[in-house]
Design a protein around this ligand. Structure first.
Ligand code: CA
Length: 225
């Protein structure tokens, strides 16, 4: 799950990013409205957390422009108590939810889970991603194997990489896609990192005695099989 946080208060944004990462979200942070809009329009996010009062461009303008350009990423707005009218305008303009500052992080996590569940209700069980005999549950950090009945904990990057592989089922994903999705744009991550984490995951799949494995597809990338 990849999130965009658009928030100009640096200390608050950093603390929020840290706790979201601990919940295994991948988070990109934009500190002003223009940057936020640019990133939101890239349409790579599963949800956007949008502050209203921002330098250069307000959260409401960003939201309006996103919806104008047919970007339907779920948006949670962050509002101050004094901005009650903005909250109503925001919901009218297509925000999916709002939180009034200050809020408890647990509340944000719960809203995010609800939003992203709404988004993926079509095929699989909402809170689970699975392929072959392996699966993961959202909000947890374990990889399970149905055939052996075992499970193993994954660390942050392992979790994000495995979740990405699982979400793509048996389709090939390239190293570039993995770097973009797991490490983000502004990153020094190189192909080596991808290979290292793929090898960690392979060891864990072996430990689980899973029938599902990560195949290297020459020159193209990786896929689950
Ligand atoms: Ca602000």
């Amino acid at each position: 799950m990849r999130l965009l946080l658009v928030e100009d208060e640096e200390g608050f944004a950093e603390a929020l990013c840290t706790s979201l990462k601990m919940e295994h979200y991948i988070v990109d942070w934009a500190a002003d409205g223009e940057e936020g809009l640019d990133q939101a329009l890239s349409d790579v996010y599963d949800a956007v957390i949008l502050d209203i009062m921002l330098p250069k461009m307000s959260g409401l303008e960003i939201l309006k422009e996103m919806r104008n350009q047919d970007i339907h990423t779920p948006v949670i707005m962050l509002t101050a108590k004094s901005e009650l009218n903005d909250k109503i305008t925001g919901l009218d303009m297509g925000a999916d939810d709002y939180l009034t500052k200050p809020f408890h992080r647990e509340e944000l996590f719960a809203r995010l889970r609800a939003l992203t569940r709404r988004q993926t209700t079509d095929a699989e069980a909402p809170s689970e991603v699975a392929y072959g005999d392996i699966y993961m549950q959202q909000g947890g950090n374990e990889l399970y194997c149905r055939s052996s009945g075992s499970s193993i904990a994954l660390n942050g990057k392992e979790y994000q990489l495995m979740e990405y592989l699982l979400r793509n089922g048996g389709q090939i994903i390239s190293r570039e896609q993995i770097i973009e999705k797991v490490w983000g744009y502004d990153t020094d991550a190189e192909y080596n990192n991808v290979e290292v984490y793929i090898s960690f995951l392979r060891k864990k799949l072996t430990f689980l005695k899973a029938g599902t494995s990560i195949q290297t597809v020459r020159k193209l990338g990786y896929k689950l099989q």
